[in-house]
Design a protein around this ligand. Structure first.
Ligand code: X6L
Ligand code: MG
Ligand code: MG
Length: 176
């Protein structure tokens, strides 16, 4: 853990996780395990939604969730951690918007706006993605209003309620 200082304040971070290759549930759980042992503190998790693919349509349906954490890690270290989780799940990038074992995207970091070559926050396309807005609305409808995002949930189905996601994390440990 990085010590909390004026330079490294404790901030709330919202992440989007998705998987549509292999054991999707296990990939999400293992991904969360890596994030939560790498400097992000668990705050809340959405249910797990099954969602039709968008962008590139000829691929299997996704499991998607939104994870809320707190951390003192600076934005670029959060990004590196997200990339480490993808690498640990052996993500391959054969084609753009193609199938993946694990995708971890940074949605929001506190009240901050960042516009850098490798990291834009809020996530620039999140307001168009039902698989992000649906779970986010379940967890914190006020945050959608605050950032001017539309509530949208068409085409996504709740598969595993948030209470069960939390039980899974607590009973089986992070790496089950
Ligand atoms: C026109 C052009 C319309 C592009 C949509 C949307 C592209 C989303 C990429 C788009 C467009 C994306 C996931 C996914 C992907 C996911 C589901 C992306 C990046 N990731 N579909 N497609 N869940 N359901 O996590 O989000 S590829
Ligand atoms: Mg993504
Ligand atoms: Mg991504």
């Amino acid at each position: 853990m990085i010590k909390r200082t004026d330079e490294n304040p404790l901030q709330t971070v919202w992440l989007s996780l998705g998987s549509n290759l292999g054991d999707r549930l296990q990939n999400l759980i293992r991904g969360m395990g890596i994030l939560l042992t790498g400097g992000l503190m668990f705050e809340d998790c959405s249910g797990i939604y099954e969602t039709d693919p968008v962008g590139f349509l000829e691929q299997p349906p996704f499991y998607n969730l939104v994870l809320k954490v707190r951390t003192t890690l600076p934005p670029h270290e959060i990004l590196v951690l997200c990339q480490q989780a993808e690498k640990a799940l052996r993500r391959e990038r054969a084609l753009r918007w193609g199938p993946r074992t694990l995708d971890v995207d940074i949605l929001l970091i506190g009240d901050r706006r960042l516009s850098e070559a490798d990291l834009e926050v809020p996530h620039p396309r999140m307001k168009e993605r039902a698989f992000v807005l649906g779970p986010l609305e379940d967890m914190d409808p006020a945050i959608l209003k605050k950032w001017g995002f539309p509530p949208r949930r068409a085409g996504i189905d709740l598969k595993i309620p948030a209470s069960d996601v939390r039980i899974l994390l607590q009973q089986n440990g992070w790496l089950s």
